[in-house]
Design a protein. Sequence first.
Length: 247
Amino acid sequence: MNAFVKFIGQIKLFSRKGKKFYFFIRQLTGSAPRNEELYKVAFTHKSSMVSIEHRRKNNERLEFLGDAILGSVVAEYVFSQFPDLDEGSLSKMRSQIVCRAQLNAIALKMGLARHILTRSNQRIEHTHIPGDVLEALIGAFYLDHGYERCRKFIRSRIIEAYINVGELNSNDTNYKSKLLEWGQHHGVKVEFECVETMKNQKKLYFYVKALVDGEVAGTGEGFSKKNAQQNAAKMAIERMNAGGTAD
């Protein structure tokens, strides 16, 4: 009875408009939000008018925190699940799980996009924003509920719900080579445009565009140029496959 009263009290803290978001977070994570503001910030991109005009905090700091926690939990998960793999294979598997393309796809499947505050003219499914928000959500959940519950949330509702980890190690596709070969076969020019930047002012980061006949076909990010190019090529191939053109 006390738990029910507490639950009703938590809902009343949210506005009528916010109740929908409250129940979304509760269903998504399996835990009732205790600090509403954390989750609002997690879904607020720096480009949104709420962030610019009303000076609400954006999700960059929570993204930084969630990125670190996600990496730690994923490392522990693959280490425990695959006791026979060496360090190189474990690192490769972890990278496949936390790569931007993978996180973007998971975030969209989880339905995060419809709650993200960003520029109204921006098609976020074609950006890295959903994956960033997923990391920020992890950061918010960690601050709201602590490491152990956050660890369980990541393992059960992200990794095990959306990733077939057993197939990752055997599914080592060189997407860049595949895209270049496709371009040669069809007489289409394929290029990779790379921009270097600093991730959280600490570590070199790479943003890459895969250009097919001068048009952006995919984008990718990573802490190495090679990884970013692979992610961009993968997105381009997946889009072409969806359109029935990558044969």
